[in-house]
Design a protein around this ligand. Structure first.
Ligand code: ZN
Length: 287
């Protein structure tokens, strides 16, 4: 099953790729608010499995918002692929990898224009995003997938100068400029994949491939992250987890490379779809 946020309203995406408005189709049993559905996720799944849906309507991807637009917590994971830890100059973590947040104001839908922070070094990081569907506290790995509502494509856009400024790194600030957390194009439930633990991720800039990896190479898989994070704090319905990026970011290149005005970044995950960002300098976007 796929759900999406179409112009701020919760929709089901049909097999044909059209949208069915959930509030209308359910006779207002479920609200139009995309974030509200996660609090009643099991009930919603049961309804959607049997619902007699009206025909869907076509839509434009530019009208999609994040399938989880206002999570109470956003947890983001660093150095969770060996090849990316190595290109970043770190050894792979043994305990839980570094955890930071992307502040919720940075969340957007899947097709956006992003203003590059002036004087910054803005980098790309494709990431599998998991959205929590059931309160998770002290959850075992074996039981973790049942706490996930679904998966989406995310970009952990990162301004490296702010992120790496001393004396201690500022991961959360450097990764939270407006538009730095696009998520979408929709949420796919875990049963929608042959193997939700092995999905190909791919990033291109202006058509040139810059990142290609598989989620089976995550050091901490989605279930391992949920077990490790929920051992410390409760994960709440609708919370968002950015799970880390594979190699190929601009920081790890020789010479280093940063996003520049006019660049088009396309991030694709197998079985989900793609998100697309176009970048502008502050001066150009003001004209
Ligand atoms: Zn990241």
């Amino acid at each position: 099953m796929r759900i999406a946020n179409l112009s701020g309203r919760l929709v089901l995406i049909t097999e044909e790729g059209t949208a069915v408005d959930v509030e209308n189709a359910s006779g207002a049993v479920f609200s139009a608010d995309p974030q509200a559905v996660y609090a009643r996720w099991a009930e919603f799944r049961a309804w959607a499995a049997d619902a007699d849906l009206p025909p869907g309507t076509t839509f434009d991807a530019t009208d999609l918002g994040s399938p989880a637009p206002a999570p109470r917590q956003v947890l983001a994971i660093g150095l969770n692929y060996r090849d990316h830890a190595s290109e970043s100059g770190f050894t792979a973590p043994e305990g839980l990898p570094p955890v930071f947040t992307k502040f919720a104001t940075s969340i957007t839908g899947p097709v956006t224009d992003v203003v590059l922070p002036t004087g910054g070094h803005t980098d790309w990081e494709i990431e599998l995003v998991a959205v929590i569907g059931a309160h998770a506290h002290h959850v075992d790995q074996a039981d973790a997938w049942s706490h996930v509502a679904g998966l989406a494509v995310g970009q952990d856009l990162s301004e490296r100068i702010v992120q790496l400024a001393g004396p201690a790194p500022q991961f959360s600030l450097g990764k939270s400029f407006p538009g730095f957390a696009p998520i979408g194009p929709w949420l796919v439930t875990p049963d929608g994949f042959e193997d939700p633990d092995d999905l190909e991720l791919r990033t291109t800039i202006n058509g040139e491939e810059v990142q290609k990896g598989r989620t089976r190479d995550l050091i901490f898989s989605v279930p391992a992250l949920i077990a490790g994070l929920s051992a410390v704090l409760p994960l709440l319905p609708g919370d968002v987890i950015f799970t880390g990026t594979p190699a190929g970011v601009g920081l790890g290149r020789t010479p280093q490379r940063w996003l520049t005005t006019g660049d088009v970044l396309v991030s694709t995950i197998e079985g989900i779809g793609e998100i697309r960002q176009r970048f502008w300098s502050a001066q150009l976007s003001a004209e």
